[in-house]
Design a protein around this ligand. Sequence first.
Ligand SMILES: Nc1ncnc2c1ncn2[C@@H]1O[C@H](COP(=O)(O)OP(=O)(O)O)[C@@H](O)[C@H]1O
Ligand SMILES: [Mg+2]
Length: 284
Amino acid sequence: MTTVQGTGTAALSVDGPILVAEHVTMRFGGLTAVDSVSFRVMPGEIVGLIGPNGAGKTTFFNCLTGLYLPTSGRVVFNGQVLPPKPRKVVQAGMARTFQNIRLFSNMTALENVMVGRYCRTSAGPFTSIIRGPKFRREERETRERAQQLLDFVGLGHTTDSLARNLPYGDQRRLEIARALATDPKLVLLDEPTAGMNPQETRQAEELIFKIRDQGLAVVVIEHDMRFIFNLCDRVLCLVQGKALIEGTPAEVQSDPRVIEAYIGTGPDDAAALESELEEGQPDA
Ligand SMILES: Nc1ncnc2c1ncn2[C@@H]1O[C@H](COP(=O)(O)OP(=O)(O)O)[C@@H](O)[C@H]1O
Ligand SMILES: [Mg+2]
């Protein structure tokens, strides 16, 4: 039993995981980027995915979201094995953002969010061409919902700004708004705070808590350990494609293998991680 809408009150209880990955393996030629990773996410849970560069985090996301068909293993979302088709996966209720921001740079912020909404509208090409009353009503609703989502992520003032003119941190939040526009049950965020300053990172953390409080589950890849350990209910650490450890932030934080794994990737990463861990428990 898991409580969702994590505001402290048991608003809704749901049985069973929203996402189950069973022994997911992804090979590229001779390279096994993801090696038999099993993983589950409960509704309303925030799960962190960490690991040094090249550990297979993004590839694992790509397997979960239908961008790749795993070489072996399977992914069950909301009780259903999904076809490896990103559009079908989005319609089923899984949405994601990308490590390298993928916005329509010459469209406005509002239009970018509206694009996310179109997987939920029924107007087909024919209704769009004749622009009948149904099309106009849906278009108005789509616009209103998109504006609500801009407000929700703190970008209510950017409606008519071109995406490419937004500061970097705002572009990342805009991508999240577009993902939310698809009405997901689960959002997967690939390095949502990359390139953000500490204040923006703090805002991103608050935003992810707010998303969870709407009843959504969140899986987040991040290198910023303070961010991950503050935010997540559970953390999975991948190393060379394999699951090294999965546990609560406290468990993962105190496991020497995690620091060791980062040491192999360069002194800077390991030193940064170690100093963050020494600064003690997360402050939330
Ligand atoms: N499309 C691909 N073709 C070949 N190799 C890939 C591809 N995508 C990722 N890889 C390799 O898989 C490994 C894991 O990459 P990735 O999932 O991006 O790691 P992470 O996100 O943890 O940094 C790396 O060695 C990377 O070079
Ligand atoms: Mg990556």
